[in-house]
Design a binder for this molecule. Structure first.
Ligand SMILES: [Zn+2]
Length: 258
């Protein structure tokens, strides 16, 4: 079975010193690809280094997370853009980028950085991986004004009206461990076609519910996630995993091992 973690943050502090064992554990669970999402310049640099160290399994998505726009240095947006341009042949997507309505005090900065990241994706013809807490409607409405062809709305949770629009536009969503216990996420998975769904852990985000129990999140959790999706879609686990792997290949333009 070929499993994929399309959204994880391997360069976050919580994973420092654990990468070897995480990747070994992921491989043992059948995970064949991890997309490590950067959140600022430092994690962009580290994600590129990880992709070089673990070829054909770790792939970098580079960008600036909306939570970081207030703490980054004065020139960091431009420095990050320059870094991404200099590594354009290795980068597989622009992410994690987006808007978060919990941080309204930095709304102007968020929209400015998001706009720059979307223009960078246009320029490099790369897919985008989007964080849209409380802003999914707004983002789904604004994206058609950019020439970004491939869009992934990570951890899609609500509203279902935006899900319908997103699917109509050919966007993808990722879902992770909450699909095993959250009624809202299960409803999203039920409504979205399997051809638009990919899997994620968003690690090191921690899940406190069973069976995760607050442990350090590992990409090997993807197996549980796929089992839950398969059950909701009334598919064999193998069949769901295959379709999700195919979605991954189509979205990122990465050929997975057979
Ligand atoms: Zn994330």
């Amino acid at each position: 079975m070929r499993l994929i973690d399309a959204h994880v943050h391997l360069s976050e502090q919580e994973y420092e010193g654990h990468i070897d064992e995480l990747i070994e554990d992921a491989k043992n669970a059948g995970v064949v690809a991890l997309v490590t999402n950067a959140t600022n310049l430092k994690t962009c640099q580290n994600d590129i280094a990880l992709a070089e160290k673990y070829p054909n399994i770790v792939y970098p998505a580079l960008g600036i997370h909306p939570w970081n726009v207030n703490t980054i240095g004065e020139n960091e947006v431009q420095e990050t853009i320059d870094f991404i341009l200099a590594h354009k042949d290795s980068v597989k997507a622009i992410g994690e980028i987006g808007l978060d309505n919990k941080y309204e005090t930095i709304w102007d900065k968020q929209t400015d950085v998001f706009d720059k990241m979307l223009h960078l994706a246009e320029q490099l013809d790369l897919p985008v991986i989007i964080h849209s807490r409380g802003t999914t409607d707004k983002i789904v409405d604004m994206l058609p004004s950019y020439r970004v062809k491939k869009v992934l709305l990570h951890w899609f949770s609500y509203p279902l009206t935006a899900l319908v629009k997103a699917i109509d536009n050919g966007y993808y969503i990722t879902e992770g461990p909450p699909v095993t216990y959250s009624a809202g996420i299960r409803e999203v998975v039920d409504k979205a076609p399997i051809t638009n769904i990919m899997t994620e852990t968003d690690g090191p985000v921690i899940y406190y519910k069973k069976p995760y129990n607050g442990q350090l999140t590992k990409p090997s959790y993807i197996r549980n996630v796929v089992e839950a999706i398969a059950e909701l879609k009334k598919m064999q686990v193998e069949e769901a995993a295959d379709q999700i792997a195919k979605n991954f290949e189509d979205f990122f333009g990465i050929k997975l091992p057979k």
